[in-house]
Design a binder for this molecule. Sequence first.
Ligand code: FO1
Length: 308
Amino acid sequence: MIVALAGGVGGAKLAAGLAAVLPPGDLTVVVNTGDDFVHLGLAISPDIDTVAYTLAGLNDRTQGWGLAGESWHFMSALERLGGAQWFRLGDKDLATHVERTRRLQRETLSAITADFATRLGIRQHIVPMSDDRVSTIVDTDEGELAFQDYFVRRRCEPHFRGIRFDGLADALPSAGLIAALDDPALEAIVICPSNPLLSIEPILALAGIGETLRRRSVPLIAVSPFIGGEAVKGPAAKIMRELGLVPTPAAVAARYDGLLDGLVIDHADAAAPAPEGVTLLVTDSLMRDAPDQARLAQEVIQFARRCG
Ligand code: FO1
């Protein structure tokens, strides 16, 4: 069984690749929930939905998030009433947020996520990193911003100064995450090409997860989200630069603080200084389409087995 840690669009793509090449029960995707927020009174879990929609083959391939073939009547009607327009909720996507919000009155996010996945025909396990609230707060030259405010409303324009995960100290890893890491059938842990700071750090910082990973007996592989010093999507490289970190393989390995057995990088970064103590796999790490996702996933699994 493979555990994949994922957040955002890049993470969802590799998760989909792993789902394509592994037996369904052999993949557990642990998803960042630090980007979650309440918007228009609705509990929104963007990374969970991006992973679920992508694994279900329902996602909008152009923007990565949201559902394909969306209509926007709700947003138009909301605009007429003066409602916020900066966070786009498609009519079909809206059903996810309304029903999740209703069920969260009595159920955990994990239970709802598992049920939605089943109803969407997804046979892999998708587990939130925690069922407790963790809110990524970005410190900028304009003060602190909630993640979606920074990422979507302000389009990452404010100068990134730092990050904190509000609620982390009181948050427990989800039962699904703990079970996956304790599973005797666990073969490898894969950190998907998500933003190390925004999407993966919240998972690693959860109570007990760091030491569980350090005590692990299986290989831990990360796929760099940077190609040629740039992020494939999103603000990761800009943030790294603004934090004074160069988006290179060595910086990614350092960010993961000695946890990695292996790091998958693109040919474009083959000449970059190699991180010490980490085995490198140099390949074509850009996932343009589903075949790319499956190919890279296969290479990652074989690489993990070699590192094992
Ligand atoms: N990202 C945007 O850039 N603009 C949006 O209007 C937007 C809406 C949205 C709605 C639902 C959802 O699940 C994701 C959405 N995203 C949007 C993406 C989201 O902000 C990011 O993918 C993640 O938070 C980054 O990890």
